[in-house]
Write a protein that binds this ligand. Structure first.
Ligand code: IPE
Ligand code: IPE
Ligand code: MG
Length: 245
């Protein structure tokens, strides 16, 4: 197992986010800069994802969510969408072996019904084969949208009200939390977005209400474990107040 230098954060006992959200952005621009097709950027980004996911586990993060494909990304040219789905397929097949060695539990968040049947099957296998792991929770947000997640939660809550199993007065914040894809996981403490864009792009909108944002001017395929450590140090120094003093 690789050894990592203690971060400033670890030396100073600074907090680590319990839930980190990462928006893996900038693959297309990375490829364009090199005169490569956008799909080459996605392939490079997929490699970085594996390295960073394992590093999150080493840093003691309990839950990490990677934004992989949004509900809006279907607007892209079909060839690009197909290439991303092929990479996902390849990752799922390889990860079934690779991630078995790690103490990482995989969960997929988003509406998987729009994905092809073989991908849905691989997702289920990845979840089932890692369900017993006790280390980090790794969420992959695929066909995920924060608004769609809330609509899905509202619909399920309404169904329970209609069936007489829930009274409207019993709908509180806890009830909403329980109907999100991330039910049972901590709220998002930190959002990391590389690529130089300063926006959330419909990612974890409910869970991010009090998140700290760290934006980096690095394209995702260039992102390294050192960059993650620096971002975590930045997070550790923030003073979070949650509306109090
Ligand atoms: C992120 O990189 C990957 C996905 C959204 C699937 P982009 O493909 O958005 O890369 P840029 O932002 O165009 O550089
Ligand atoms: C957000 O990136 C989605 C993912 C990283 C999966 P986008 O590239 O789709 O976001 P916008 O279009 O720049 O807001
Ligand atoms: Mg982008």
């Amino acid at each position: 197992m690789a050894l990592f230098r203690k971060t400033e954060q670890e030396e100073q006992g600074l907090p680590v986010p319990a839930h980190l959200g990462i928006i893996m952005d900038g693959n297309g621009r990375w490829a364009k800069k090199r005169g490569l097709p956008r799909t080459a950027g996605h392939a490079a980004g997929a490699k970085v994802f594996r390295t960073i996911a394992k590093h999150c586990e080493k840093r003691g993060i309990r839950t990490v969510t990677f934004y992989t494909f949004s509900t809006e990304n279907w607007k892209r040219p079909q060839a690009e969408v197909d290439a991303i789905m092929d990479l996902l397929r390849q990752y799922l097949k390889e990860s079934l072996a690779d991630f078995q060695k790690e103490n990482i539990r995989t969960r997929f968040i988003g509406d998987r019904s729009a994905l092809s049947a073989d991908i849905q099957q691989l997702m289920q296998e990845a979840e089932e084969s890692t369900a017993h792991k006790t280390g980090m929770d790794l969420n992959l947000a695929i066909n995920y949208g924060g608004r769609a997640e809330l609509v899905n939660a509202m619909r399920r809550i309404a169904e329970q009200v209609q069936a007489g199993k829930l009274s409207p007065e019993a709908i509180d914040e806890d009830c909403v939390w329980q109907h999100l894809y991330t039910a049972g996981q901590p709220e998002v403490d930190m959002i990391l977005r590389p690529s130089g864009e300063y926006r959330l792009s419909n990612f974890l909108i409910w869970q991010c209400a009090y998140a700290e944002y760290v934006f980096e001017d690095i394209l995702w395929p260039d992102f390294t474990v050192r960059d993650l450590d620096k971002a975590l140090e930045e997070y550790g120094k923030r003073h979070r107040r949650f509306g109090g003093l």
